[in-house]
Design a protein around this ligand. Sequence first.
Ligand SMILES: N[C@@H](CCC(=O)N[C@@H](CS)C(=O)NCC(=O)O)C(=O)O
Length: 211
Amino acid sequence: MKLHIYEHCPFCVRGQMIFGLKNIPYEKVIIMEGDADTPTRMVGRKVVPILEKDDGSFMAESMDIVKYVDAQGGQLIADTPVDADIEAWAKAAAEPLYKLVIPRFTQGEFPELATPQARAAYLAREEKAFGSMKTLMNATPGLLDEMNHKLRELEALVADREHIDTSDFVLFPLLRSLSIVKGVEFGPSVSGYMVSMAVESKVSLLADQAR
Ligand SMILES: N[C@@H](CCC(=O)N[C@@H](CS)C(=O)NCC(=O)O)C(=O)O
């Protein structure tokens, strides 16, 4: 199977996680930012991730992809509902998290941004959704305070987690995204969780390009 992705995209992390966790081989294919034709030809709209199945058909929607790959063999991982506390945390953390992450994504080293045209297309897409990236970067100190407060709340939730399940497909992609932000204070339970999920799912963190 092939998974068509952007490396920065948290929804694409979900698809990579299920392949990694289940040790199912797959080919990762990068779609360039600004390339609307490729995804539209596959699923009728500009979106990633897209799974290309072995029969040549295509599937969009990250959680549908997770469930499809999960069902290919071995014990099911993503067959439980998302934990209500994790879901509530993710919802409450989303605003400061994305406001910190998105401007750094636009400056990041990702293969889908490897040409000036692709980076410009991505910048335009995010500025349309979030406004000026410069304004967001300037808001970093207040957003970091808010985010670090939310991360202190997350410590207890993560410390309680015993096995990998559907909730991890919500939580890990957010924390992996946040690893691109310098000055974020991950507590011991959250740091341990991030490192072990990165290893088990074979999706690397972004700390080497934190800014
Ligand atoms: N509900 C979709 C959301 C996927 C999504 O929003 N992907 C973003 C990339 S992070 C996207 O494709 N945006 C449209 C674009 O690239 O123009 C899923 O879970 O797969």
